[in-house]
Design a protein around this ligand. Structure first.
Ligand code: SAM
Length: 289
């Protein structure tokens, strides 16, 4: 495989989306280092931050800012260089670009311009946390950062209260306690959860407890309110008796599913049978899979 940086008038360059470490610098891949060393330009969320990383690895490739404030307006500069045949790498301050980080607009612009976009996979906090959490990992949803204000945060949590898949949130350390307390209020004391803090760093901590106990544990130790963190919460489980949808309700649902989009079928089946719409929606999803 070649990552030639030489401009060519014949074909456009490639935009490499390169993951960088989330803590431990040894987590960068050999391929990431090769790409970063060989491209013409690195589009970085914070050039000063990334300059230190590049210096650490002895990489002298020029850096240019690509952050949430200039990404849309300045994207065309990067696109022009790609179209002129240069290869460009996109990185963020830590982990995988676009995952609660800038890069979405540049990737979209590049793809719309017919430029090849190649991922160079690596660290990602949500995946690292999920891989070690011991919560169901076959299906999960990533909610990113919750709204900073309590009203918005509670409303967002309410929307996913009956979500059956494992829930994953990013949170800032100064809000971790209030967010956990809101989760406890919305999801209940007993819902299993896990706090993954400072992954791959010196004070790495993974603590799995029911939400009620997890809140108390974090409240009692201010060290747990420092550093970077991911919160995982087990998905909703239907209380006893609700998980069995009657054969008649299933028959109605199946008939409607054959004729209508899933959401509409679930809503109509709920009206006809009196079974909760959310429950029928989940059942419909499973039946279509
Ligand atoms: N792009 C990154 C990724 O791939 O994970 C995420 C960037 S987002 C701006 C930063 C958030 O990711 C932090 O607030 C925290 O929730 C999570 N995070 C990043 N590094 C982490 C680490 N080492 N341990 C735990 N959480 C981390």
């Amino acid at each position: 495989m070649s990552f030639s940086a030489a401009p060519s008038s014949m074909s456009p360059g490639t935009l490499y989306v390169v993951a960088t470490p989330i803590g431990n610098l040894d987590d960068i891949s050999a391929r990431a280092l090769k790409v970063l060393a060989e491209v013409s330009l690195i589009a970085a969320e914070d050039t000063r931050h990334s300059a230190r990383l590049m210096q650490h690895f002895g990489i002298a490739t020029p850096l240019a800012a690509c952050h949430e404030h200039n990404e849309r307006a300045e994207g065309s500069r990067f696109i022009a260089r790609l179209q002129a045949g240069e290869n460009v790498a996109l990185i963020s301050d830590a982990g995988t670009p676009l995952i609660s980080d800038p890069g979405y607009h540049l990737v979209r612009q590049a793809r719309a311009a017919g430029i090849a976009v190649v991922p160079v996979p690596g660290a990602c906090a949500l995946i690292a946390a999920l891989s070690a959490a011991g919560l169901p990992s076959d299906r999960f949803i990533f909610e990113g950062f919750l709204p900073a204000k309590a009203v918005g945060r509670r409303a967002r949590l309410e929307q996913v209260r009956e979500e059956p898949r494992t829930l994953i949130f990013y949170e800032a350390p100064h809000r971790i306690l209030e967010s956990l307390e809101d989760m406890r209020a919305v999801f209940g004391e007993e819902r299993p959860a896990l706090l993954a803090r400072e992954l791959s760093k010196a004070f790495e901590t993974l603590k799995g407890l029911p939400l009620g106990e997890l809140c108390a544990w974090v409240a009692a130790d201010s060290n747990q309110q420092r550093g970077e963190c991911v919160v995982l919460v087990a998905g909703w489980q239907a209380p006893e008796g609700e998980d069995a949808v009657s054969a008649e309700a299933l028959r109605v649902l199946d008939l409607l599913l054959a004729e209508l989009p899933l959401k509409r079928a679930a809503a109509l089946a709920a009206e006809i049978t009196g079974v909760r719409k959310n429950l029928l929606y989940q059942v419909a999803l499973e039946r279509q899979q």
